[in-house]
Design a protein around this ligand. Structure first.
Ligand SMILES: C[S@@+](CC[C@H](N)C(=O)[O-])C[C@H]1O[C@@H](n2cnc3c(N)ncnc32)[C@H](O)[C@@H]1O
Length: 201
């Protein structure tokens, strides 16, 4: 029987990496879109760009109005207790860490498995450069949306890299204070030849 398509394929036990845009990046993005529609001042994350990255009609519908977004938040909490909280809190934590680093005049930030994160677009990067690392299919999908909506990514350098087969550390290993961050991909490093510490040392 044919196996359902996934974002990864393996041949002869060898990982071949990501072959289509990440489904989980879109799910967590939908969660940010749903959170953004809470009453002002009550959101953990206020991400007005998140809705632009949603390609699935279901996610767009679920996050399209205040009512459907409220039902979606309740649905996530009921059927996947804690999942949305973890996603929003880690995003909140990154936002706070980035704001602190920028206040300390950080020069470069490396965001691993960036997905559809828009924190830097919302905070602004001052004089810093953000290196966004992700597998090519997801990064390309993100860049298309950024172009279509004219989102401000001029201080972002995109580093296409599939951790299961590529090494691109040379792109951003430069002297100077930096911040390294990555969320939702420790399972990838568990099977990759690289380690998270290699990227953020
Ligand atoms: C759960 S999503 C998290 C996205 C983002 N950090 C966020 O919190 O919105 C995991 C991310 O890791 C990326 N990823 C998964 N496997 C990868 C691989 N082998 N190489 C590079 N990136 C990968 C996906 O494309 C996706 O963007």
């Amino acid at each position: 029987m044919a196996r359902p398509p996934t974002s990864k394929r393996r041949f002869n036990g060898q990982a071949s990496g990501q072959v289509r845009r990440s489904a989980t990046a879109e799910i967590v993005c939908a969660q940010r879109a749903a959170e953004t529609l809470r009453p002002p001042g009550r959101q953990l994350i206020d991400d007005p760009y998140a809705k632009h990255f949603l390609t699935k009609g279901t996610y767009r519908f679920l996050t399209g109005t205040h009512l459907t977004a409220a039902l979606t938040r309740r649905g996530f909490d009921r059927f996947y207790p804690g999942y949305m909280g973890i996603v929003l809190l880690r995003n909140w934590w990154y936002e706070a860490a980035l704001a602190r680093a920028l206040a300390d005049a950080v020069e470069q930030i490396v965001l691993l498995g960036a997905g559809y994160d828009t924190t830097s677009l919302r905070l602004g990067l001052g004089g810093a450069t953000l290196f966004e690392v992700d597998a090519p299919p997801t990064q390309q999908a993100k860049r298309e949306v950024i172009r279509r909506y004219g989102l401000p990514d001029h201080a972002v350098r995109y580093v296409p890299c599939d951790f299961e087969r590529d090494t691109t550390r040379d792109h951003f290993r430069q002297p100077g204070p930096g911040l390294g961050w990555g969320t939702g991909l420790l399972h990838v490093f568990a099977t990759s030849s690289e380690s998270f510490a290699d990227y953020v040392e």
